[in-house]
Write a protein that binds this ligand. Structure first.
Ligand SMILES: Cc1cc2nc3c(=O)[nH]c(=O)nc-3n(C[C@H](O)[C@H](O)[C@H](O)COP(=O)(O)OP(=O)(O)OC[C@H]3O[C@@H](n4cnc5c(N)ncnc54)[C@H](O)[C@@H]3O)c2cc1C
Length: 430
């Protein structure tokens, strides 16, 4: 029987260990440390490195990469079950060596990198000795890479990059940037761009400012100018004109990993909502006993379970096909569903906590903003819905008649013909 919703006992033991380790050792880091990406912060390293060593020893480090790519080969279903626990905490993925955007960047280095690129960039990245940045979108257009203008022109033994990139997350902490640039302006639209690995200390890279998304935070999304940035030819990642294919490899994994971690965040909000409903008394009774509150809890539970099942099934499909393109529709579907379930549950949790909920003393406002982040980063929801619809429609055909194929009069005529030896022509109905 193919359908089974149970986790095998050995892996469940690991998940139980992860849950406890996260609660006691990792989640507290979120309250005392700045960026999890700041690998040059000695306090961060003093606290994070020993935890990473414990995770490595337990054989739970870097589980996003398959065995063929230097990982542990756990596959996406196991990773999903793990990530939904890690997603509860900002530091969770970093302590377990599977944090975005390094996961996606590692994946494309593993797939398309030369041996030298893997040695220089992938190895220290997988060890979290360094972090990376994916520098793709531009101020004039994010969701449509066809309008990008940042370009690389051949020069001597390499290329010179000029232009600007927007919202390059963690550029300020990164050792290198993976930059998507126009190399072949006259090629067909999907062959115009190539990918380059650019060390962040290369002359000509200027972070104009670090844009933030949460009130009062130190921004980390770099607005970057590239001015005559020289990179050697061997820093091209993948072939010339291959940037769309390379990006797609990265974004497929990136999107489902975001969805897995989002389950952790949504469940956190839900747990807090339930505790609040049981704890708060008003007008002679608990919130939990008011029907409008019960509806919020029921809706949230249903939405989380629906979303989680879709994520797990998509993870299972990726493990089965080992090809993101074959699971494109499903990945696009969870990407489109993710911001809504996150937004709706976090908003209800916020609302049930009243004034406390909307305050900076609780995580809900941040979560609601993060839900918008999930609806934009790696492409806006609309674009993913378009993908779902296009893929779904491939399985359908237009009617070759002015009336639909399942127009009742047609169906009745076909049925009458099928049963003509039993039905008399004059029978109106059976
Ligand atoms: C927190 C965060 C982190 C990010 N990190 C990175 C990063 O590390 N590297 C990087 O390169 N980029 C990053 N981005 C940028 C992200 O990829 C873009 O924001 C996203 O692709 C949308 O591009 P845009 O912001 O230019 O919006 P636009 O492309 O201008 O879209 C704006 C809105 O227009 C609508 N829209 C767009 N296209 C369509 C369509 N085809 N049909 C219908 N409606 C449409 C949608 O409502 C959309 O939200 C990040 C963004 C966020 C919010």
């Amino acid at each position: 029987m193919a359908w089974d919703f149970e986790t095998d006992a050995d892996y469940q033991t690991e998940l139980d260990w992860i849950t406890e380790f996260m609660r006691t050792e990792v989640e507290p880091l979120d309250h005392v440390l700045g960026s999890q990406y700041d690998v040059k912060n000695p306090k961060r390293n003093e606290l994070v490195r020993p935890l990473q060593a414990i995770v490595r020893e337990r054989k739970l480090w870097g589980c996003h990469l398959g065995a063929d790519l230097g990982g542990l080969g756990y596959g996406q279903v196991k990773l999903a079950l793990m990530n939904e626990i890690l997603g509860r905490s900002r530091f969770g993925p970093t302590v377990f060596g599977c944090q975005a955007p390094d996961t996606g960047n590692g994946e494309i280095l593993a797939h398309y990198g030369t041996e030298a690129q893997k040695e220089t960039y992938l190895k220290p990245l997988l060890a979290n000795e360094i972090v990376s940045c994916f520098s793709m979108t531009e101020p004039q257009g994010g969701a449509d890479p066809k309008v990008f203008t940042t370009k690389a022109e051949p020069s001597g033994d390499g290329w010179v990059i000029n232009g600007e990139k927007w919202f390059s997350s963690n550029a300020r902490y990164a050792a290198f940037l993976i930059v998507m640039v126009v190399t072949d302006p006259d090629a067909e639209p999907y062959r115009r761009l190539s990918m380059f690995i650019v060390p962040t200390d290369t002359p000509g890279i200027e972070i104009v400012r670090n844009v933030g998304i949460h009130p009062g935070e130190e921004g980390s999304h770099g607005y970057i100018h590239y001015k005559n940035v020289h990179v050697p030819a061997e820093n091209m990642l993948g072939g010339r004109g291959d940037a769309f294919v390379v990006a797609q490899t990265r974004l497929g994994g990136g999107r489902i990993h975001h969805a897995m971690r989002t389950i952790g965040q949504v469940r956190k909000a839900f747990d807090m909502m339930c505790e609040r409903a049981l704890s708060r008394e008003t007008q002679g009774g608990r919130l939990a006993d008011k029907q409008m509150v019960q509806e919020k809890i029921a809706d949230s539970w249903i939405e989380i379970e629906q979303f989680r099942l879709l994520v797990l099934r998509t993870a299972w499909l990726i493990d089965k096909h080992k090809d993101y393109m074959k699971v494109r529709k499903d990945i696009a579907a969870i990407k489109a569903a993710m911001p809504k379930v996150f937004h709706d549950v976090a908003s209800r949790a916020l609302h049930l906590h009243g004034s406390l909920g909307v305050s900076s003393e609780m995580p809900f406002v941040r979560q609601v903003i993060e839900s918008f982040h999930m609806g934009l980063a790696d492409g806006p929801t609309e674009v993913h819905k378009i993908t779902v619809a296009r893929q779904v429609l491939r399985d359908y055909q237009a009617s070759n008649d002015v009336f639909p194929t399942r127009h009742n009069p047609k169906l009745e005529e076909q049925a009458r013909e099928k049963f003509s030896d039993i039905l008399a022509p004059s029978d109106d109905e059976i």
